[in-house]
Every structure is written in C-alpha cells, then in structure tokens.
Design a protein around this ligand. Structure first.
Ligand code: MN
Length: 220
C-alpha cells in the first residue's frame, strides 16, 4: 500500500488543519513524539519515525515510567512526519475530532532493527525526550495490540508522569487552554485530563510562552 494512504483516506484536508500525507525524513531520522489527544476518549498517541513516516500507537492510559506496568498500545495508521508539530483542534465530526497536544517530543536510538522489529512485533529503543527518557520496549501481543513497557534503568520511576507533567512540551498549555485558544470545546478538552489533579504550573515556565499570557485555566 502507498505510504500514508490509510492516513489520507481517513481525513478530509479541506476540513482539518492536520498536515497533508507527505513522507519526509527528520535530521536524525529517529524522531519520536507523544501527543495527548482528547477525542471521544482521552488517550496518548505514541509515534516513532521510521522510513519517512511516524509509526503510531494509541495508548489509552499513556506511558508509565514503572517497569512493572504494561500499557496497552493499539497500532493505528502511519502519520506524516509533520504531524509531530501538530497541536490544535480537529473539528468535531471529523476523524479524531477533539484537541491535540504535543505532550513530549525528542529523538530515539533504536536498540534493534526497527523494520524487522515491526514484522517481529518487538521494538526496543532509547528515548531522548523532555519527559520520557531511557530504554523502552513495544511488544506485540496480537494483531494490532501491543504493550508499551519501560525497561529498568535510571529513568524508571513510580511517578505518574501523565499527572506530574500534564502540559504541552511546546507551549506549556493544558488541553483546555489549547481548546480555548483555538476555538475548540474547552469543557470536553478538560474532561478526564489528569491536569485536574496536578499542581499549578510554575510561573517561570508560563513566562516562556510566545503569545500574550494565557488566561488562568478554566476548569472546575
Ligand atoms: Mn489519537
């Protein structure tokens, strides 16, 4: 099948601001991104660059730093590399309609051959992200069902990173703030967001934002 054909078929690019289905390579060739996505349910999309596309898995509970925790990761269609910069709104009624945040991003180092690993159902890699670091494995258990597991190393922890670091790594915004800024559904964006349980953001990191200060988060 043509690369990104499934990605293309699922979307109407006259309606969504998501990037078009072009293949390209990042400077490292090994980019990774995790996007927090409030569609019908909150989930985290875990993506690894391979051969000009982002191989993608939807992780309902998000990554865990605890090596004893196995997180379900459903393989979904490949995404274009440009998707790693997409943060904003997918219109309601469109595929994946809701709010998207770039939750973490960086590069990875393969620990085995990635193409062979996809066929075999076992991918080992070291992440160099802002939030996710160290050695991880994705292992296939059946058809499109994989498990995302942290290996034991200095970055393993029982800290719930989805709660302690809930904001955008690009803009420091919460999902609700992204929805508010971009004309999305603020209430829906906040539903199920672990940010409700998280401490307020450090004022210093808020000051680093580009545009005028975002208003205090409107969550109950
Ligand atoms: Mn998604």
């Amino acid at each position: 099948m043509k690369p990104l054909k499934e990605y293309q078929q699922k979307r109407r690019f006259t309606k969504t601001a998501e990037p078009p289905p072009n293949t390209k390579r990042s400077p490292s060739g090994h980019l990774f991104v995790v996007q927090k996505h409030r569609a019908s349910h909150l989930h985290y999309d875990f993506r690894l660059e391979m051969d000009g596309v982002l191989k993608s898995w939807a992780v309902p509970k998000g990554p865990s730093l605890d090596p004893s925790v196995r997180r379900l990761a459903m393989a979904v269609e490949d995404h274009p590399l440009d998707y790693a910069g997409f943060e904003g709104i997918i219109p309601e009624g469109e595929y994946g309609g809701g709010t998207v945040m770039v939750w973490d991003r960086g590069t990875y180092v393969p620990e085995n051959d990635m193409a062979a690993g996809v066929s075999k159902g076992e991918l080992k890699f070291t992440l160099h992200g802002t939030k996710l670091k160290g050695s991880w494995v994705l292992v296939r258990t059946r058809a499109r069902q994989w498990l995302l597991i942290k290996h034991r190393d200095q970055y393993a922890s029982t800290e719930d990173i989805t709660v302690s670091a809930p904001r955008s790594v690009l803009t420091q915004r919460s999902l609700a703030e992204i929805a508010k800024d971009e004309g999305g559904n603020v209430e829906k964006a906040a539903t199920g967001d672990p940010l409700a349980l998280a401490p307020p953001v450090d004022p210093k990191s808020r000051a680093k934002r580009k545009s005028p200060p975002y208003p205090a988060r409107s969550m109950t």
